[in-house]
Design a protein around this ligand. Structure first.
Ligand SMILES: NC(=O)c1ccc[n+]([C@@H]2O[C@H](COP(=O)([O-])OP(=O)(O)OC[C@H]3O[C@@H](n4cnc5c(N)ncnc54)[C@H](O)[C@@H]3O)[C@@H](O)[C@H]2O)c1
Ligand SMILES: [Zn+2]
Ligand SMILES: [Zn+2]
Length: 357
């Protein structure tokens, strides 16, 4: 085992290639993981397409792509204390420094010197990867590999759902992509009464219904605010989670949010957003929180408990499981809006071997 298959970003242009590269060696404090399942995320699409964000964020190439994974610990680097060979793990993407103010005060997920797995280091669209011990989260035996590979994005959704205090409440979720859908199932698991989901795609809305949405709204077809007011008897929602990044939809959310309501912002708008602070935030006493990933590791614990209790509906969110070789198909499906969560299996032989040395 000296060589492995990996999807590598080599050029500062569109695309990536399937290559044979050396299996990485774990350094001090790192572990070598055999990847059992890995998932494509919007961030990977940015890097694949080499958009403006990727050009600024990825400092050097070549880079093995991919950051969402589950797998088995194969080798321990020097000084690794908390994992043993054979442990089943899922990847946490936020690599904390352990030394800054945030790290010393329980906020290591927003470390001031945060290094991002797969952006600042090689990632996991491969048969093996190396990751710092702290970011290899040991997961329970009964979590299937596919679900394990979804835990990193799902943790962001679970966190957003927790932050809006869902029990017994009427919550709205804007955007039914993998993040919004994860928020829907988490809201349901945490006891939300009504879960109103809006998306411009009817296909995505139908997945939302499968994972727990009680009301589906398509802003291209109906007046979302009017419908929300009808559903909530004129009060407005107790909260909304944005998982769309749509400036228009976020602004509308502040209109149908009830006074004293909570907002969790997860989606990344591509442009600044303006709010009328008086009516939409101050007099409303809106409580707004930005969400950047998962708390390390309180969110992981809650997520694992919910998964162990069978409370999260994850299978409808997975649209495809493809061999690593079919990565181009995976990226196209996402681009065409035909896929949702796409999982890559590094050990299944594919149909399109374009392996390069
Ligand atoms: N803050 C974080 O830590 C974090 C982590 C992961 C992803 N994100 C961001 O979260 C967002 C969602 O991620 P995803 O992977 O689910 O993306 P996605 O693109 O698959 O999903 C976004 C969904 O929003 C829908 N949408 C677009 N315009 C809309 C509108 N006006 N009203 C309602 N829905 C609308 C789209 O149809 C799509 O289904 C992205 O902006 C992503 O960058 C943030
Ligand atoms: Zn991701
Ligand atoms: Zn730090």
């Amino acid at each position: 085992m000296t060589q492995m298959k990996a999807i590598v970003k080599t050029e500062t242009s569109f695309g990536a290639s399937l290559k044979r590269v050396p299996v990485p060696t774990p350094g001090p404090g790192e572990v070598l993981v055999k990847i059992m399942a890995t998932a494509i995320c919007g961030t990977d699409v940015h890097v694949y397409e080499w958009n403006k964000w990727a050009q600024g964020a990825v400092k050097s190439l070549p880079r093995v792509m991919g950051h969402e994974f589950s797998g088995e610990v194969l080798e321990l680097g020097e000084g690794v204390k908390n994992l043993i060979k054979g442990d089943r793990v899922a990847g946490e993407t936020h690599i904390p420094c352990g030394k800054c103010y945030q790290c010393k005060n329980g906020l290591q997920h927003i470390c001031a010197n945060m290094v991002l797995f797969s952006i600042d280091s090689d990632g996991c669209f491969a048969q093996y990867t190396v990751i710092p011990e702290i970011c290899a989260r040991k997961i329970p035996e009964d979590i299937p590999w596919e679900h394990g590979a979804m835990m990193e994005p799902l943790g962001t959704s679970v966190r957003a759902a927790q932050e809006v205090v869902p029990a017994g409440a009427n919550a709205a979720v804007i955007g039914a992509g993998p993040i919004g859908l994860g928020a829907v199932t988490a809201l349901k698991a945490l006891g939300a009464a009504r879960i109103i989901v809006s998306d411009i795609s009817d296909d995505r809305l139908s997945i939302a219904a499968e994972v727990g949405a009680t009301h589906l709204l398509n802003p291209l077809k109906e007046d979302v605010t009017a419908k929300v007011m009808e559903i909530t008897s004129g009060v407005g929602t107790d909260s909304f989670i944005d998982a769309s990044g749509s400036v228009r939809a976020i602004s509308e959310g502040f209109r149908y949010l009830r006074k004293g309501g909570r907002v969790a912002l997860v989606g990344l708008p591509s442009e600044p957003i303006s709010l009328e602070l008086g009516p939409q935030v101050i007099f409303k006493e809106a409580k707004i929180i930005g969400i950047h990933g998962r708390k390390m590791f309180e969110t992981w614990t809650v997520m694992e408990n919910l998964m162990a209790g069978g409370l999260l509906e994850l299978d409808p969110i997975v649209s495809h499981i493809l061999p690593l070789e079919d990565f181009e198909k995976g990226f196209s499906l996402l681009k065409e809006g035909k896929g949702c969560k796409i999982i890559l299996d590094p050990w299944q032989e594919g149909q399109l071997p374009t392996l390069q040395e």
